[in-house]
Design a protein around this ligand. Structure first.
Ligand code: ARG
Length: 466
């Protein structure tokens, strides 16, 4: 079925019908479309186009449709789009009365309203996945509190940090991602209803009441903008892309950390696969897929930006291309975050391997130089002295702990018994006591703070749902 046709002599080519039809993907907006149409029926009743009885019959038919939609093959139809499908279904149930439902309404405002409505629920779902992930990171940070990780820069051992401190770094990223999604939610939470095809409506609808009926917090201020704006979708695509980038960075870390070369952790059987040829293999496919899907999700953002870049005011059919990428991003991001949570929950951490790597490396070199500079040696000279010790170590194949104080003093007579203590990675770590640093007390405080921050997000989410 089509919602137009009077002004045409011939119908569209079959090829073009296939090309332009969107039901196969915009059926995802079914529920939003029906809920929106129920609200619109209320609006039509309030301006006298529908009687109360007619509105009630329409509502009952819509409720029945919502209940039936799960049945197999429900969406096997050749309607142009989901909006057409819903009106045809309404007609099958209430007959001619259905012809009134589109009075003073355009699919341009309708599709924008449906998309926003759907997106609000989707953003909440992604936020909920982030909350679970943050919760798992915090649980692991508490469980493995004390495990010492060689922190890296340039993927070279740099300075010792607590493994929990490392986990909290990802907590921060996902926390910001949640906030970015929240901002996207607030910009999405605006009703286009009452904007018509582009110019507003000649019927005396109460736009605020329609918005409230649909659960929107406000109304779009300009009708032209309302039917052609998709930057709320860009906001979501951007926020989801950044969350995926963060998840992908963590995936990359854990692919490395779980390798034989690092051995810092072991991925659970739940998220690894074997090889069809090499019996010994245990591959981190879940994390690799996540890393791969990140490219695709970032591509969806780029794709919608390109779709929007040259659009003349106001609605253009190009806008139908806004949906598939957004649907894909929503599904991939939600699944990826859930998979990463499962990876965190099922990993076995190997603190002894982390600590060994830290002890073999020179992660305390800076601590030794700083110690020297505290006893009056300029930092530049201290840096030179410790560099000399490291060079000698490398040449002699000697670990930091193997240097005696007498040997160290040959490099700098200023060194005393505290030098050997400074070379112990854990001591160096405990020196970094500032807020945001990696000393045990700082990290304990940070975990406690992170827990209450997460509780606040969860609280905000549940209030939004009400
Ligand atoms: N299916 C269209 C979309 O997704 C909505 C229909 C509006 N069509 C139109 N020719 N004005 O944007």
């Amino acid at each position: 079925m089509k919602l137009w046709g009077g002004r045409f002599e011939a119908g569209p080519a079959a090829l073009f019908e296939r090309y332009s039809g969107s039901l196969h993907f915009d059926k995802k907006l079914f529920e939003a479309d029906v809920i929106g149409s129920k609200a619109f029926a209320n609006a039509l009743e309030s301006v006298g186009i529908l009687t109360v009885d007619e509105r009630n019959r329409i509502h009952a038919a819509f409720d029945e449709m919502l209940a039936e939609a799960a049945s197999p093959g429900y969406f096997d139809a050749d309607d142009e789009d989901i909006h057409t499908f819903v009106i045809r279904k309404l007609g099958e149930s209430v007959g001619e009365l259905s012809e009134k439902i589109h009075t003073g309404r355009s699919r341009n405002e309708q599709v924008a309203a449906d998309f926003r409505h759907w997106m609000k629920g989707t953003i909440r779902a992604v936020q909920a996945r982030l909350e679970s992930l943050m919760g798992s990171l915090l649980r692991l940070a508490e469980r493995e509190f004390g495990a010492l990780l060689p922190g890296y820069t340039h993927l070279r051992r740099a300075q010792a940090v607590l493994f929990s401190h490392y986990l909290l770094a990802y907590f921060e990223m996902f926390h910001r991602d949640w906030e970015r999604l929240q901002q996207a939610y607030e910009r999405t939470d605006v009703s286009p209803y009452g904007c018509g095809a582009l110019a507003g409506s000649g019927f005396p609808f109460d736009r605020d009441a329609m918005a409230a009926d649909l659960g929107f917090s406000g109304v779009a201020a300009n009708s032209l903008d309302a039917v052609s704006d998709r930057d709320f979708a860009l906001d979501f695509l951007y926020a989801a892309s950044v969350a995926m980038l963060h998840a992908s960075r963590m995936a990359e870390d854990w692919i490395l950390y779980s390798s034989e070369e690092f051995g810092f952790l072991e991925m659970g059987d739940e998220v690894t696969t074997g090889s069809s040829l090499m019996p010994q293999k245990r591959n981190p496919d879940a994390l690799e897929l996540l890393r791969g899907k990140t490219g695709r999700v970032c591509g969806n953002l780029q794709s919608l930006m390109m779709t929007l870049k040259g659009l003349p005011m106001s609605y253009n059919r190009d806008l139908q291309e806004d949906k598939e990428g957004v649907f894909d991003t929503a599904a991939q991001a939600a699944d990826s975050l859930e998979v990463l949570t499962l990876c965190v929950d099922t990993a076995r951490i190997r603190p002894e391997a982390m600590e060994r790597a830290a002890e073999e490396g020179w992660v305390s070199a800076a601590a030794l130089a700083e110690m020297l500079s505290r006893s009056g040696v300029s930092f530049h000279r201290a840096h030179q002295i410790v560099g000399g010790i490291v060079l000698a170590s490398v040449k002699q194949g000697k670990k930091p702990a193997e240097w005696t104080l007498d040997e160290l003093r040959e490099f700098a007579p200023e060194l005393d018994e505290r030098a050997r203590a400074a070379l112990v990675p854990r001591n160096a770590l405990e020196n970094h006591r500032l807020p945001g640093g990696t000393a045990s007390d700082s990290v304990r405080d940070a975990i406690a703070a992170a827990k209450s921050r997460l509780e606040r997000l969860e609280q905000a989410s549940s209030e939004q749902e009400e």
